[in-house]
Ligand binder design. Sequence first.
Ligand code: GAL
Length: 652
Amino acid sequence: MNTFSSDHLTLGVCDYPEHVPAEDWPKHSEQQKQIGLAIVRLAEFSWTKLEPVEGKFDWQWLDEAINIYADQGLKIVLCTPTATPPAWLIQKYPEILPVDEQGRIKKFGSRRHYDHASPIYRKECVRIVTAMAQRYGQHPAVIGWQTDNELGHEGTGCSYGGASAAEFPAWLRTKYGSLDNLNEAWGTSFWSQTYNEWDQIEPPNLTAVRQANPSQVLDFKRFCSAMIEQFQILQIDVLRALSPGRFITHNFVTFSAESDLYRLCEKLDFVAWDSYPVGMLEFFATWESEEVKSSYARTGHPDLVSLHHDLYRGLKGGTGFWVMEQQCGHANWAQYNPLPADGAVKLWSAQAWSHGADVLMYFRWRACHMAQEIMHSGLLHQNGKPDRGFHEVAELDPSNFPLAPVEAKVAVLHDYDSLWAYDQQPHNKDLSYWLQFTMFYSALRKLGVDVDIIHPRQLADKQYKLVVAPALTLMTDEIAEALNKYHKGLFVFGPRTAFRNESGRVAEQGQFEKIEALVGCQLTNFDSLRPTLKQTIKEHNSSSTIEASLWCEGYAPTTGAPIWCYQGGPLDGQAAVNQNGLVTVVGALSLELIEKVLVHNLQKAELDYMHLPDGVRVSQRGTRKLVCNFNQSDVCWNGVTLPAVSYQWLTN
Ligand code: GAL
């Protein structure tokens, strides 16, 4: 359900009227209307403004703000303010505060200072959300709700003490039934870790002297994810009851790893996310060189951004999504915060649309005069004068961006258990789940191929021409069944596929145990390469060679056949790429190799692809194809000049 509907892209903004004098509100709402904004998000983090002391509510400012915006015809999205428990609440119930991995209590004074498992905090959240929903749940201008803010982000997914520590053993008991099952699943015979009472089990932090048991960490991640889910559901239930006909969504983040988002979004009407292309580039250690990173310093890396659009479109099976916070100037939280290039705000808006966004909300309306985000920009400067983003947004005509489904023919598989398992034991300082994932994703984008990012279980819903699984390292029975059942199309698997079972242990018969018939090979060995080590790989029956770095694993074909083999080094002669009919496994990390294997499979699938210049990307929504140039210089491509930092429609 989405109470707001349009046949083209809709623009909006995140505003905090409580940060500026009330006499500015009428002018702000008029300006918003003038530049084509249709939706305003309000009340995020506003708990103390709404309830300055326990039980005494001050609705007057928000009543007035909502009415001023509504008078301009703007629609309102309200946020539950639960990301910021007030000082008086923390003073009364300090046990709400979370405990960090070093065992320290995180103090009041920032945000998301709460333990998701805290029964007191959950009760308090239900109380404030109920009060808000009773007040505004049926207001004609209110079209929907955002729960909390970026649940679990900024290292707030887990609390290592308090309510979470108390709840963890009980959660495990429900999951395993008996300690024998748990001890077996976690492999506690190793280093004498066997438990004989549930209460002996603690969160896996501060373990002497080495890392904690990875299966315990994996379950703790799952537990924290479940606590976040329960925390959100309590709010959703209140909003459903008191605000009928309004949507409920949540704003997810970049490279989220704190909870299983497929589960977290189950009860939401649609997914939203917060897109900060420049900050994202600075934050994420990509496989790209520093030189390439600099070239995207003012536009963001196109593939890192589109990966998130595709991921969030896919979470609920390919439905439209919102960008709840779109960067529209410089941010403040990355190590470096360059100003976006001229045209970048328009370019990001068009890019988001082409990947399936239905609504785009800029963050934020007016730059803040005080506190933690003073250095962050908005559409207006602090002094109320328009900043660069304002003019770009005013130039956008949303009616040029009709809504239509994105019809991808290639799926890329993603799973949070695999992410958690991979990142605990990456076995190489420079590797991570997301890095390996983005290498495959980016290769596809460079070939101009539109993709859906989905969970393996979603394969049951749609037939794809090619399925790529970059880093599916944890193979549950459910995923194995989904893959084995789906065995009707082309598959490409990346390194470490199916290495672990449900509890994060290595499968009894080693890698591929549950999908060996599919892949037709067995693992012989794996090799983690330090940055100075390279490994040569040679194409079978050809003299062409490629260099791999970071990770190489060798395969012995059973029913498959090698198509690339290692040359020299400890894996000499073993298969680096194995092909078993429609199924290919790539064991080495090399962008060139990945691209070659993908091209081979795209050809087999009779799918179109192209070799795009660096920084140029093509995407299609409905019948409209968009070409975007993320370079800060003009690019001549296919006889067309693509001006720096711009987009244009592609005609066939
Ligand atoms: C987001 C957050 C906003 C604001 C913004 C600054 O992650 O949701 O509240 O802090 O970052 O870029």
